[in-house]
Design a protein around this ligand. Structure first.
Ligand SMILES: [Zn+2]
Length: 200
């Protein structure tokens, strides 16, 4: 299996958001407990890591947050993902920003897919993430995002990605769209798949 990679720009937003959600002092304690490099606490520094180190940081920080928040971790990570969508868009390259302005001008029915195409670019492009239609729904397939640990025998663990998808859809449509991670590499599947109920 090839080494996991993650966008340093997304990692930077992830750490900024984690600091807002978990309080910087809490994060510092967690970093010490889990022997995570303190340099990762600084979003600027983290944003300059290479993609392999960014993946390591992304997984390590999630592990610490999940152990700390316990049963509340899923909701916390979903929330981080939702906030991260907005931050990622704010700091995206001009090409992606231009694409995002077009999305909001589209007819409502076309916006979910167009928003998820932007997310796919932010997550690493079409080699890593692709979009498909299934019946009337959309399916986002993620082949390569770094995989968080599977705790308590969970079937699907990619809560930040799920939150990013929810955030993108809410941004594009102004309403909540039902999203579920229907298969996950953490439970042995070949890809992580997120089914987006756009069919009504
Ligand atoms: Zn997954």
């Amino acid at each position: 299996m090839s080494q996991a990679t993650f966008s340093p720009a997304l990692l930077r937003g992830f750490i900024e958001t984690a600091r807002e959600v978990a309080e910087p002092d809490t994060l510092l304690v967690l970093f010490k407990q889990h022997n995570l490099p303190e340099a990762w606490l600084d979003p600027e520094t983290a944003g300059r890591l290479d993609a392999a180190s960014a993946a390591e940081a992304y997984v390590g920080i999630q592990r610490a947050l999940r152990l700390y928040f316990g049963r509340g971790a899923r909701l916390t990570l979903l929330r981080i993902g939702r906030i991260l969508w907005g931050k990622a868009l704010d700091t995206a390259p001009v090409g992606i920003k231009a694409q995002s302005r077009i999305v909001r001008g589209l007819p409502a029915g076309l916006r979910p897919k167009a928003a998820l195409e932007i997310l796919a670019r932010l997550l690493g492009g079409k080699d890593q993430v692709s979009l498909h239609t299934l019946d009337l729904d959309l399916v986002l397939v993620d082949r390569a995002s770094p995989l968080p640990d599977r705790l308590h025998g969970e079937q699907a663990v990619c809560y930040v990605t799920l939150g990013l998808i929810q955030g993108a859809l809410f941004w594009a449509t102004g309403r909540e769209v039902d999203v579920e991670e229907t298969s996950c590499r953490a439970a042995g599947a070949a890809t992580c798949e997120f089914r987006i109920k756009t069919g009504g």
